[in-house]
Design a protein around this ligand. Structure first.
Ligand SMILES: [Zn+2]
Length: 435
């Protein structure tokens, strides 16, 4: 399942009816930032000055990063200069980006500690087509004793429990073996069912209060809350922990590992009750691969997200993300043949590129992990077509499930990922960008 979709917005809506603290003075006049986001370092974007033409910049904004045009509300583009403001009224200047007049005068991306990504072309060896590539695997969610808190756990009657983090790890292990045998160096954001972050929910009390009561602050909030409010605050601490602090800690791991590509590996689910029954299994799984993009106006209010927007766009990670997502989607379709997601009534995801399986979405992980990131959602854990294969676990060879022989669903998922990456690397013509 997907992470970090609302980033505190849900919390704000959830307490909209609480009058006692709704109209107090602002907490501070500092920039608006997403939960737990650091203050952006605008000078770090200087490495991208004049590295892209206006034509290319506008193309990426309009087709991938801000197809609904929200970004332009915060900017003035004049000749080859983009002026970015914190607000739609253009009262607080954030950054001036100079674009190149034309391709011939466009500067190469320079070596910098925050440079984007390199794409070494896959090796020429037919037995080791991924030699030279560093692939980072990011099995989604924490799992273990945290799985219930994360709402990534369910159990039907006396069936084995379904814990998404465990399933993601099984698929990732299969992928790792195959990627390594194809010559890739495989690195991980995590190998255990424990948090990567050292932060714990109770450390996030202040942030939870800010998130729930954006107009309040420690000095004006009461010292104690009703039991019901207290539960909401604890819940918010937990959400900030597993959706936010955890992903931010993994982003630090990714930054150190400096991979050519990161794969976020998940299984999807449709909504259902808290005590599900077999009768509630939905008929059919759907599949999706996310690339980064499609910022909403609400998200662009945050200065850190404006920084991330420019960083991602100017690093041109959109190119390998689209190619890898497309390549993996082809393998998913060939192996599983489930239909693509249909997000026609959901503005957060937008179809991009030729594949019906590939959507752009602004997730915390694909926004703040450095380098190209492709976020894959495997079949639904609570669908009739996969549930029995999920609870069968991982195994060698085939097993009869529902009267048909099946290989392990996790082995198939690993193969889909490895084949998709290998096919992409074999066909990749992208140029090498140095760090
Ligand atoms: Zn997930």
């Amino acid at each position: 399942m997907e992470i970090g979709t609302m980033e505190g917005i849900g919390g704000r809506l959830a307490v909209a009816g609480i009058v006692m603290i709704a109209c107090l003075s602002p907490l501070s006049s500092r920039a608006e930032l997403s939960p737990l986001a650091p203050e952006p370092d605008w000078s770090a974007l200087d490495a991208f000055q004049e590295t892209m033409t206006r034509e290319e910049f506008v193309h990426w904004v309009n087709t991938l990063f801000s197809p609904d045009g929200s970004f332009w509300k915060f900017t003035i583009i004049n000749g080859n200069e983009v002026t970015l403001f914190a607000d739609k009224e253009h009262s607080r200047l954030l950054y001036r980006l100079r674009l190149a007049p034309d391709v011939d005068s466009q500067l190469p991306l320079r070596a910098t500690s925050v440079s984007g990504w390199r794409l070494a072309k896959g090796g020429t060896s037919s037995t080791k087509p991924l030699r030279g590539l560093v692939i980072c695997l990011d099995p989604g969610h924490i799992g273990g004793r945290w799985a219930k808190m994360e709402e990534r756990f369910f159990q039907i009657g006396s069936d084995p429990p379904v814990i998404e983090a465990s399933l993601n790890m099984l698929a990732a292990r299969h992928a790792a073996k195959l990627l390594e045998s194809a010559g890739a160096t495989v690195v991980w954001t995590k190998r255990l069912f424990e948090p990567v972050t050292t932060v714990r929910p109770s450390d996030l009390r202040e942030e939870a209060l800010v998130s729930l009561f954006p107009s309040g602050g420690p000095s004006v909030l009461p010292a104690s809350f009703s039991p019901e409010l207290e539960r909401r605050i604890v819940r918010e601490e937990e959400r900030l922990f597993y959706r936010n602090a955890e992903i931010r800690a993994r982003a630090e791991v990714v930054a150190k590992l400096n991979p050519d590509l990161t794969l976020c590996i998940h299984f999807n689910a449709d909504k259902w009750s808290s005590h599900p029954t077999r009768a509630e299994l939905i008929p059919q799984s759907r599949l999706v691969a996310f690339v980064h993009g499609n910022y909403s106006e609400e998200e662009l209010r945050y200065d850190d997200q404006k920084w991330d927007f420019l960083f991602k766009l100017l690093s041109r990670t959109g190119i390998p993300e689209a190619d890898v997502a497309e390549s993996i989607a082809k393998q998913m379709e060939a192996t599983w043949n489930f239909p693509p997601e249909n997000y026609s009534n959901w503005a957060a995801a937008r179809r991009v590129g030729p594949s019906p399986y590939v959507f752009a979405r602004n997730l915390l992980a694909n926004r703040i992990y450095r380098g190209p990131v492709v976020f894959i959602e495997g079949p639904y854990m609570n669908a009739q077509d996969t549930y029995d294969r999920i609870i069968a676990g991982d195994y060698e060879g085939t097993r009869i499930i529902g009267g048909r022989p099946y290989r392990s669903l996790f082995a198939e998922y690993g193969e889909i990922l490895a084949r998709g990456v290998t096919a992409w690397a074999a066909g990749s013509t992208s140029t090498v960008v140095s760090h």
